[in-house]
Design a protein. Structure first.
Length: 253
C-alpha cells in the first residue's frame, strides 16, 4: 500500500513521527507536511505565490518533504508532483487536539483529508484529545492504526474522521461510529487592553454543548474513540429539490 502522511502541526511534530512508526507496518509511507504549524488553517491553499518545498530529515526516522504551505497544499502538491505514482491512502495526523463538532470546519488536519477526497483518494484524519500536557502520541497512534486496519479497504473519495479520547481517561472504552455535532461549543472572547490603547480579544472557553443524540463531541468526552464519515459534497440535496420546485412554481405562475 502506498500511503501519504501529512498533518497541520508541522513536519517536526511528535504526533506525525508517532503515526509514521505505525504506518510503515501497512506499506510505503511518503511524508509531505507543512514546515510550520497550520492549526486552524481550514482548507486554505497557496495560489498567489510560488509554493516552496524542501527535503528534510526527522529524528533519523524518515526523510520527507517540508512545504511552506497549508495541509491542503501538501496533499495537492504530493499527488500532482512529489509522489511517485498513485496514492492509495492519505493519512493526516496525529493532530494535537480533537477535531470534533464544528472544529471539523476549522481543522487543517481534516482539510488535508478532504483535499484527498477531491482527488478521489481515500483518506483518514486522526486526532487525539489534549489538555495542557502533551498526550502520549505513541499510544494514540497504536489505537488509531488499530481502528484504521478495521476500516480498510476504503473507497475512493472516502473521508473518515477518527478521534482518540484524552489519554488521562485511561484506555478507551471502545469505538463508536457517530455523527458530527453541529451545536457548537461554549465559547467567549476575553478583552485585553494594550499599551497602545488598543483592545484585543482572545477566544476562550471551548466546552462542548450537549447533543440530543450521541455525537462526536459527547461520545469522545465519554472516553470512546469516535469514527465519523465525512463527505466532500456540501450540497443539501433535499433542500435543493424543494428550492427547485418552489422556483419552478414561481416561474410558471
Amino acid at each position: 500500500m502506498r500511503l501519504l502522511l501529512t498533518n497541520d502541526d508541522g513536519i517536526f511534530a511528535p504526533g506525525l513521527a508517532a503515526l509514521y512508526k505505525q504506518l510503515v507496518k501497512l506499506g510505503n509511507v511518503t511524508v509531505v507536511a507543512p514546515m510550520e504549524c497550520w492549526s486552524g488553517a481550514s482548507h486554505s491553499i497557496t495560489f498567489a505565490e510560488p509554493l516552496a518545498c524542501t527535503k528534510v530529515s526527522v529524528e533519523g526516522l524518515f526523510h520527507g518533504f517540508g512545504v511552506l504551505g497549508s495541509p491542503a497544499d501538501c496533499v495537492k502538491l504530493a499527488s500532482m508532483q512529489l509522489h511517485d505514482g498513485p496514492i492509495d491512502l492519505v493519512v493526516a495526523g496525529i493532530n494535537w487536539g480533537a477535531n470534533v463538532g464544528i472544529n471539523v470546519y476549522y481543522s487543517g488536519t481534516v482539510a488535508a483529508a478532504m483535499e484527498a477526497a477531491f482527488l478521489r483518494i481515500p483518506s483518514v484524519a486522526l486526532s487525539v484529545a489534549a489538555a495542557d500536557e502533551q498526550p502520549d502520541f505513541d499510544a494514540a497512534a497504536e489505537q488509531g492504526i488499530a481502528v484504521l486496519r478495521k476500516l480498510l479497504p476504503l473507497r475512493a473519495g472516502d473521508v473518515i474522521n477518527v478521534n482518540i479520547p484524552l489519554p488521562s481517561l485511561g484506555k478507551p472504552r471502545g469505538v463508536r461510529v457517530v455523527p458530527q455535532a453541529t451545536s457548537g461549543f461554549h465559547e467567549h472572547y476575553v478583552p485585553h487592553g494594550t499599551e497602545a490603547g488598543e483592545i484585543v480579544f482572545r477566544l476562550a472557553g471551548g466546552a462542548h454543548r450537549e447533543e440530543k443524540e450521541p455525537a462526536d463531541t459527547t461520545t469522545l468526552a465519554d472516553g470512546y474513540i469516535t469514527v465519523t464519515p465525512l463527505h466532500a459534497d456540501m450540497t443539501d440535496h433535499k433542500r435543493m429539490i424543494a428550492l427547485k420546485t418552489k422556483l419552478d412554481e414561481e416561474v410558471g405562475a
